[in-house]
Design a protein around this ligand. Structure first.
Ligand code: SAM
Ligand code: SF4
Length: 321
């Protein structure tokens, strides 16, 4: 079992299989073009799988594939099948922008994927274009329909922002509710890669908007999920992710691996250790050592909501959020 210095059990690995993305979401990626990590620096799926086996053998039981946009990486279904075949009971999920999901959903389901999270910040095509930098909404919604059709469980992530989509919070919630999908509102996390001037809604502001339309009770937290849950009178449950809250990291159970092999103990900080060299030379003991060091050095808390003006320089598209 992997236990960090604050007695938190680490049993959740998030793997960003590529930092590349077909969207340029304002809150995630720089506006100006930049160069990607060269493809030859990425770990192959076979190499990533060697490290996954180490993690699973040490007690990891939950794996999420993310990115960048994970569906841009070829043969993703084969990678998912490798993980599924190693331990079918693993809670295996993926976060995607869903642009390419329509053509991939059935293959992913057949490979062993259980759940997906889809990012939907708006239901208005022009707003989606403004947020993502291109006309994406039709493909995204078709992708969601297909995922539901093939039997994948779907959760929606929405990042509410003041001038962009705050007026759509109820509409997006109703869209999810009508399709039996749960929704998690994610507070915008400031970072140095996002467009300047984005103002995210904090959970109190979001709750004020929802209170105008619904009655709901505060359920608090559930297991190691980072969501604060609320249940509406009709039983529908929604969550809010509040990284600015002081106790947000208390039950954190996750570490993150980038496509280049950087193992990251916390989404906020730049610190990481590489597993690439050990894995490339077949040194499984070396990779297990890095894993344990990263767990040991996992910081107690992020610094969102801290008192200084420091802004995280970790890129969400690199770590996978
Ligand atoms: N491309 C996929 C997608 O968008 O779903 C997966 C990667 S994306 C980095 C994972 C999640 O991070 C998305 O739900 C996205 O909304 C969220 N995210 C990205 N930047 C964020 C930020 N600055 N604050 C809060 N959430 C953010
Ligand atoms: Fe791409 Fe996801 Fe970042 Fe949007 S949030 S730019 S879809 S990685």
């Amino acid at each position: 079992m992997l236990i960090d210095s604050y007695d938190r059990v680490v049993d959740y690995l998030r793997i960003s299989v590529t930092e590349r993305c077909n969207f340029r979401c304002q809150y995630c990626m720089p506006e100006k073009p930049f160069s990607w990590v060269p493809k030859e620096n990425l770990l192959s799926f076979e190499e990533l799988f060697e490290f996954i086996k180490v993690c699973v053998d040490e007690g990891v039981n939950k794996i999420r594939i993310t990115g960048g946009e994970p569906l841009l990486r070829e043969d993703l279904d084969k990678f998912i099948k490798m993980i599924y075949d190693y331990k079918p009971s693993i809670d295996l999920s993926m976060t995607t922008n869903a642009f390419l999901l329509k053509g991939a959903a059935q293959r992913l389901k057949d490979a062993g994927l259980k759940r997906i999270n889809v990012s939907i910040d708006t239901l208005i095509p022009s707003v989606a274009q403004e947020i993502a930098g291109k006309d994406v909404l039709k493909n995204v919604l078709e992708g969601v329909d297909e995922a539901l059709k093939v039997g994948l469980k779907v959760k929606v992530n929405m990042v509410p922002m003041k001038t962009l989509n705050a007026n759509e919070i109820v509409d997006v919630l109703e869209y999810c509710k009508a399709r039996g999908m749960s929704i998690r509102f994610i507070e915008y996390m400031e970072n140095s890669h996002a467009k300047e001037g984005i103002a995210g809604l904090k959970s109190a502001e979001l709750l004020d908007i929802l209170k105008e339309k619904y009655n709901f009770s505060d359920d608090g937290f559930d297991g190691s999920s980072p969501s604060h849950y609320y249940t509406m009178d009709d039983g529908y449950r929604f969550g809010i992710i509040e990284p600015y809250e002081d106790d947000f990291c208390k039950k954190c159970n996750r570490i993150r691996l980038t496509a280049e092999g950087h193992l990251i103990p916390c989404l906020y900080f730049d610190e990481a250790m590489s597993i690439a060299e050990s894995i490339k030379r077949g040194d499984i003991k070396g990779a297990a050592f890095v894993l344990k060091e990263v767990v040991r050095t996992k910081p107690e808390k992020n610094r969102w909501g801290g008192e200084d003006d420091e802004v995280s320089s970790r890129a969400f598209y690199e770590t996978g959020g």
